[in-house]
Write a protein that binds this ligand. Structure first.
Ligand SMILES: Cc1cc2nc3c(=O)[nH]c(=O)nc-3n(C[C@H](O)[C@H](O)[C@H](O)COP(=O)(O)OP(=O)(O)OC[C@H]3O[C@@H](n4cnc5c(N)ncnc54)[C@H](O)[C@@H]3O)c2cc1C
Length: 481
């Protein structure tokens, strides 16, 4: 937005045109190719004031507005068909570290790789994405789970301040001191309230981590032993304490990784925030199973967010699953059979993954910050079909929904068994929201179900901060004063 002086003026070269083309292609790119749409106009801001001008203009002229953070939503909510796209990820992704205060100041388009790289230089880390290429923006504004959640809660529990461009174009700060109601709304329903151009996140001392993956053949015996060992570690006791005391995390997945020659395998991720000696004792049942592959080692913190990164360049549909402990080995076997059948029959979907994510939920459950309404003693899983041909979009998305149904039925059966099912409404959090992480389910659930009893307060805040509903793409909240 600066004009060139005559001394700096020069002719446009073919290299300039190529650079512009590649910048534009990058702005339209999304982690899932199925989430890309042709924007009418693209703004690549380098400063918050530029974002403010664009948002005000879109707002006043009723132009469809999309905001791209890391571009990982598979539901297309950071894309616009013909409208105005503000791509924060292209040039607004700096991270500065306040070492004394242990704060990370993160621009709105940064990825977790940017944050991890800046933090590790000072021995610091915060709760962030388990896949480093994911954006900070969408992940934090929708809650934010990470491998550190067992010790530090959600990403929103560690958000100290946000700089926000409101629908009016006004630039404001939100924190526990400033615009406290906006700050509450941002922490869970954030995408509805403005463009965050800077997040200030609390950071913690963090050294190397014992982490890696182990690969096992998917035999019934392995499934039973892995599931039983997992239950033993992650199941809270009557006081809500687990054996791991927040220090362990990981996951159990089914996949067909290329190194396994496309065979179905169980992939167990092991992450332990402690010494090798402790880790080997805590995770002994897994080591005793003699995995086919074991990459566990002491690694720098950023490495743990690359362990399970799915390949980039596919069409994809992230679908959230919810499960409670103890996991039933027979259920895992059923899911395996479903996975094998789907990936056997659909060559184009061979790279797909199903995963149970594991961490100690006690810390997340004990916090209550923000408008996020899905905290509970359930953990998240994902069904992630990955494919290439657009003609398969519907069928493969449907498969992910079917897997979600399997998990829902299992959770309902478990809760009935425990006598805490809530009638026909299905499993709900203490705030009346569905037990499903919204950021893992950006198309099927309704906003009222995601925000539960917080929805009506969000509606009145929406009437104040975004009365024309300019920010309406993800779990939209209808303004109501
Ligand atoms: C491979 C993969 C791994 C994942 N891992 C995790 C994980 O470990 N933990 C977890 O909690 N979630 C995880 N997720 C889910 C993730 O939180 C959501 O997909 C999230 O929407 C991604 O944010 P983004 O900025 O990359 O996405 P985008 O597609 O850019 O944006 C998603 C939404 O957020 C809005 N948005 C983005 N940035 C801003 C901003 N600065 N200001 C205002 N609005 C903004 C967009 O407008 C859009 O509505 C993962 C997803 C994928 C695909």
């Amino acid at each position: 937005m600066s004009s060139s002086t005559s001394s700096s003026r020069r002719s446009i070269t073919p290299a300039d045109v190529d650079a512009l083309r590649s910048l534009l292609a990058g702005t339209i790119r999304r982690w899932s190719r199925a989430a890309e749409k042709p924007a009418g106009v693209v703004l690549v801001p380098t400063a918050v004031e530029q974002v403010a001008v664009a948002v005000k203009y879109a707002s006043e002229n009723n132009i469809d507005l999309a905001v791209k953070g890391g571009g990982h939503s598979t539901a297309g909510v950071s894309s616009t068909d013909g409208g105005l796209l503000v791509d924060l990820n292209a040039k607004l992704r700096g991270v500065t570290v306040d070492v004394d205060k242990k704060l990370l100041k993160v621009q709105g388009g940064a990825t977790w790789a940017d944050v991890d790289a800046a933090g590790v230089k000072h021995g610091l880390a915060t709760v962030g994405g388990t896949v480093a290429d994911t954006g900070v923006g969408g992940l934090v504004l929708g809650g934010g789970y990470g491998w550190l959640s067992g010790q530090r809660g959600l990403a929103i529990d560690n958000l100290v301040e946000a700089t926000v461009v409101l629908a009016s174009g006004e630039i404001v700060k939100a924190s526990e001191q400033d615009n406290t109601d906006l700050f509450w709304a941002l922490r869970g329903a954030g995408q509805n309230f403005g463009v965050v151009t800077e997040f200030v996140l609390r950071a913690f001392d963090q050294g190397d981590v014992w982490a890696g993956i182990q690969i096992y053949p998917p035999t019934p015996e392995n499934i039973t032993k892995i599931v039983n060992a997992t239950n033993e570690l992650y199941q809270p006791d009557a006081n809500g304490k687990t054996k791991l005391l927040g220090r362990g995390a990981g996951g159990i997945s089914f996949g067909r990784p290329p190194p396994a020659g496309g065979q179905v395998v169980i992939i167990v991720a092991i992450i332990y925030f402690g010494t090798e000696h402790e880790a080997k004792s805590v995770f002994k049942p897994f080591y005793d199973l003699t995995p086919l592959v074991d990459t566990t080692a002491l690694v720098p913190y950023p490495n743990i967010n690359t362990l399970l990164a799915p390949p980039i360049g596919f069409r994809a549909s992230l679908k959230g699953l919810a499960f409670a402990l103890p996991i039933r080995p027979g259920f895992v076997q059923e899911v395996l059979e479903n996975y094998v059948e789907f990936t056997d029959k659909n060559e184009d979907a061979r790279t797909s993954v199903i995963m149970w994510e594991l961490f100690d939920p006690a810390k997340v459950v004990s916090s209550d910050t923000g408008s996020f309404a899905n905290r509970g003693w359930v953990l998240n899983g994902i069904a992630l079909p990955l494919w290439t041909a657009a003609e398969n979009d519907q069928a493969y998305r449907q498969w992910a929904r079917d897997v979600n149904e399997l998990f829902k039925k299992e959770l309902e059966a478990q809760q009935k068994l425990n006598g805490d099912a809530k009638g026909d409404a299905g499993p709900r959090s203490g705030k009346g929201a569905v037990l499903l992480y919204g950021n893992y389910d950006q198309y099927d659930e309704r906003s009222k179900d995601i925000f539960g009893e917080n929805y009506s307060r969000l509606q009145s805040l929406k009437a104040r901060y975004d009365p024309k509903n300019v920010f309406n793409k993800l779990f939209a909240v209808t303004p109501q004063a």
